[in-house]
Write a protein that binds this ligand. Structure first.
Ligand code: T4K
Length: 448
């Protein structure tokens, strides 16, 4: 049985009656989009009590079935095998490899180190082509290996690398392409493979988001190696963890050595390695989480459907749909906002939602090229990344996972509709609180 938050209907019985009445009133008004906003506010930003308590988060961990997790922990304690390629990490890595269609998996302590090791084991150096519209770990994995990241623009529809732009970015110093299956979408994998083959390059995929997602037209893996994240915020997780997956046996052998300091014998070191092993405690969580995969994906799908229904009433907001082919983990609910149509700015909507305890995110704003050290190293990068710049300004990621129910999403989307329906009042309220932006995003704004 999954440990699903049991207060999803937001039970206020312990709160004062006054509070409950205000909440009911707020809910009712939230549905009446055309109600005069400032007289009797229905939404947090206009003075109503927050709609959600506890807050709805993007990336709140899916908690495991406790009994199953604890019995794995007991087995670990009984066996006195805590780490160093123990039986649970071996079971976990093979299960991940099987599900993702690779022959082998190498469990690691997180996907960031997994990416560094994959890149290093494949011998990448010089320049590697990479998107800027990704979590910054993708790019750090290159730069920390002394590789120059060459930022390439994305396709505005798939949000993944644009293969034709990748082709155009290749130089004599290019040794590989580090693509990202962003939001669990493998779009472009086959085209990137073709480009890589034409130029004798390696293809590595950052598939941190993509565990359990079908590939284009259900095809096989096409990268030389791909790396999945099992961080606590991922729908299937090992608290911290990752798996490097590959069908190249020699590469897998080398990686197994590299995650263990480069040891190839008790007293023999054959590679520059590190310590990137997954502990048995993490593997215990990973296996428990994996066993709940169908339930977790089903909840994410139900939540996605609830967003689809609810956002149909929200002008200017387009919910990104998972690809039509095959299974998808639906772990990120990605909405693109057309500010002109919505009548409100993307950041204003996020600010407003925070007053209702909905902590929507701006993943992956402002793009890695605007983060240090890359903004200093490549100050002109933005000129070549128009799609990245535009997409990063219009994406909002909304809460999902086991801690969020379709009913929550019904209320949440009604609140979004109310916010958009009261756009001018919302804007005025936000403008009256000039510190709000600094509170939510200290250190904003990136320089152009
Ligand atoms: N490549 C890509 C494309 C990635 O997206 C990522 C990671 C990586 C590579 C690297 O993978 P790892 O090395 O991490 O395996 C989170 C995650 O830390 C990160 O793993 C993830 N991507 C990224 C998209 O999101 P933050 O800084 O946004 O998460 P944070 O700390 O704000 O947590 C999200 C929410 O969840 C918060 O509201 C708090 C809540 N939370 C979080 C944790 C960890 C909890 O309630 N409990 C918890 O234990 O980065």
């Amino acid at each position: 049985m999954l440990n699903v938050r049991d207060d999803q209907a937001v039970d206020n019985s312990s709160r004062p009656e006054r509070d409950r009445a205000a909440r009911r009133e707020a809910d009712g008004r939230a549905l009446r989009v055309s109600a005069p906003p400032l007289e009797r506010p229905a939404i947090g930003v206009l003075g109503a009590p927050p709609a959600f308590d506890p807050p709805l988060l993007v990336g709140r961990p899916n908690m495991p079935e406790r009994g199953a997790f604890l019995s794995r922990i007991e087995a670990m304690l009984d066996s006195v095998r805590l780490t160093n390629l123990g039986p649970m990490s071996v079971e976990f890595e093979q299960a991940v490899a099987d599900i993702s269609g690779h022959r082998q998996g190498i469990a690691v302590c997180n996907a960031t180190l997994g990416l560094e090791l994959a890149v290093s084991a494949l011998g990448l150096e010089g320049e590697v082509i990479v998107p800027s519209f990704t979590f910054v770990a993708t790019v750090h994995a290159l730069w920390r290996q002394g590789i120059r990241p060459v930022f390439c623009d994305i396709d505005p529809v798939t949000h993944n690398l644009d293969p034709e732009r990748v082709r155009a970015a290749i130089t004599p110093r290019t040794t590989g392409i580090l693509g990202v299956a962003l939001w669990g979408d493998y779009a472009g994998e086959a085209a990137l493979r073709r480009v890589a083959d034409e130029h004798g390059l390696k293809l590595v995929l950052d598939s941190a988001h993509a565990f359990g997602c079908a590939r284009e037209a259900g095809g096989p893996p096409l990268s030389d190696a791909e790396v999945f994240s099992f961080h606590a915020t991922k729908c299937i997780h090992a608290i911290e963890g990752g798996v490097i997956a590959t069908s190249d046996a020699a590469l897998a052998d080398k990686l197994r050595q590299m995650i263990n300091f480069g040891f190839t014998g008790e007293d023999r070191v054959s590679h520059l390695g590190t310590n990137a092993k997954m502990s048995e405690a993490s593997a215990a969580m990973g296996l428990t989480s994996l066993a709940a995969r169908n339930d977790i994906f089903a909840r994410n799908r139900a939540n996605h459907d609830a967003y689809l229904r609810g956002l149909a009433n929200c002008p200017g907001l387009t919910l990104r749909r998972p690809p039509a082919y095959g299974e998808h983990n639906c772990q990120y609910v990605v909405v693109e906002m057309d500010e002109a149509e919505a009548g409100l700015g993307r950041d204003e909507l996020i600010c407003a939602l925070r007053h209702d305890n909905v902590l929507a995110r701006r993943y992956f704003y402002p793009g890695c090229h605007r983060m240090m050290p890359y903004s200093r190293l490549f100050p002109d990068a933005a000129r070549h990344l128009p799609q990245t710049e535009a997409v990063a300004r219009r994406v909002i990621v909304l809460p999902t996972g086991l801690s969020v129910s379709p009913e929550d999403i019904g209320r949440l989307t009604a609140i979004i509709a109310a916010i958009l329906g009261s756009a001018s009042g919302v804007r005025a309220a936000i403008d009256r609180d000039p510190d709000a932006r600094r509170r939510f995003w200290p250190g904003d704004e990136p320089s152009d």
